[in-house]
Design a protein around this ligand. Structure first.
Ligand SMILES: *Cc1c(COP(=O)(O)O)cnc(C)c1O
Length: 368
């Protein structure tokens, strides 16, 4: 569903050329490593059916989704030569469906390895997979004891040829964080026991930790979509999304008048208030109440009052009336208000803002 531009409360612009340009920059940054793309959660909310082919056209051949169904949905949009890896592995009993849809699991537990091994026995052929080891995040991947059990059984090596040995970094956006070196050391020690298997450790931020972290395959998501990879440093990536909300109506309020649920804003003098058709149901987080700023022709207009389900209210005092007509647009994410700034104001991160972007927006894709 893509609501018509004239019907929608906001226009979301997604720049596929910027995603391609970010992919090229990451490829430069990643040296000898191949560059995969994390396109889970519908390519971070931006549309895996659009983003996937744009990246494939740029030469990307490794794609990561989280869920089986994300892989099934993505398969028809990618060339047959592109590999789709399912980060969560095959849910118990679904192993055959991965095969049927040309998907490859990331195996995270001994249970998943055993199920994949059993299918390989039944089909009487090897079934390659990625193996993920836990190097300190305690979230996904083989705990040390399960990794030992995997390595101790030579039958697994035959039935499941490892495509990559993989792990994931917990603190990569903080370049000086001791966890990075600690996880790298643990990863290296697993790798020494499997020296001939290609390896993959880095997400977007991990790429910027330098060549030691890059191995054979890097797996950026956020950076492709314009999110800054290094905390506290300038963002070298091109912005990908812009969001323009539409004005529904305007009014003048007087000293002592209130705005919105809970009357969390009260005017101390005459103000002009514009109501815009974007709310928390569209992923404009309620924590932005009385915090955000929208821009009209580059001029800041503060958000006043509480974010409602379907609308927000702006103090547009001093903006020309012609510019405040119903249907006119205000910049919520764009050149004056980058995604990462919006996230900071919301007390969130760019990842969450992107993956929450509303389904009621009209979506416009540029390039591709
Ligand atoms: C989401 C994810 C990525 C991509 O991470 P970014 O920080 O968005 O670059 C890479 N690897 C794994 C295992 C992931 O879950």
């Amino acid at each position: 569903m893509n609501p018509q531009a004239a019907h929608a409360g906001a226009i979301l612009t997604i720049d596929l050329d910027a995603i391609r340009s970010n992919y090229r920059l990451l490829r430069q940054q990643a040296g000898k490593a191949s560059v995969a793309a994390a396109v889970k959660a519908n390519a971070y909310g931006l549309g895996a059916d659009q983003v996937g082919p744009a990246l494939a056209a740029e030469g990307c051949r490794h794609f990561f989704v989280a869920h089986l169904d994300e892989g099934i949905a993505l398969r028809p949009h990618l060339p047959a030569t592109a590999e789709i890896f399912v980060l969560h592995g095959a849910p118990p009993g679904t192993e055959r469906e991965l095969i049927a849809h040309g998907l490859t699991p990331v195996l995270n537990s001994l249970q998943q390895i055993e199920a994949w091994h059993a299918l390989s026995q039944t089909l009487e052929r090897p079934l390659p997979a990625i193996f993920q080891v836990d190097t300190g995040m305690s979230r996904m991947g083989l705990p040390a004891a399960e990794a030992e059990a995997w390595l101790a059984n030579p039958a697994f090596m035959k039935s499941i040829p490892p495509l990559f040995l993989m792990s994931h970094l917990a603190c990569a956006e903080h370049q000086g964080h001791p966890m990075n070196a600690s996880q790298l050391a643990r990863f290296q020690s697993w790798r020494q026991r499997l020296p001939h298997i290609p390896a993959s450790l880095a997400n977007s931020s991990g790429i910027f930790l330098g060549p030691d972290f890059q191995f054979d395959l890097v797996r950026p998501g956020a950076a492709l979509y314009g999110i800054a990879p290094v905390a506290g440093a300038a963002n070298p990536l091109r912005p990908v999304v812009a969001l323009h909300g539409r004005i529904i109506q305007c009014r003048t309020i007087q000293r002592g008048d209130h705005v919105g649920y809970g009357i969390s804003y009260s005017a101390t003098e005459e103000r002009r208030i514009a109501t815009v058709g974007v709310g928390y149901a569209d992923g404009w987080l309620r924590s932005m109440s009385n915090r955000g700023v929208a821009f009209i022709d580059g001029r800041p207009t503060p958000m006043v009052g509480t974010v409602s389900m379907d609308s927000i209210t702006l103090d547009v005092t001093g903006i020309a009336t012609e510019r405040l007509q119903a249907g006119a647009t205000v910049e919520l994410i764009g050149p004056h208000r980058p995604l990462d700034d919006v996230a900071r104001l919301a007390g969130s991160i760019g990842y969450e803002i992107l993956t929450d972007l509303g389904r009621r927006y009209h979506r416009e894709y540029i390039g591709g």
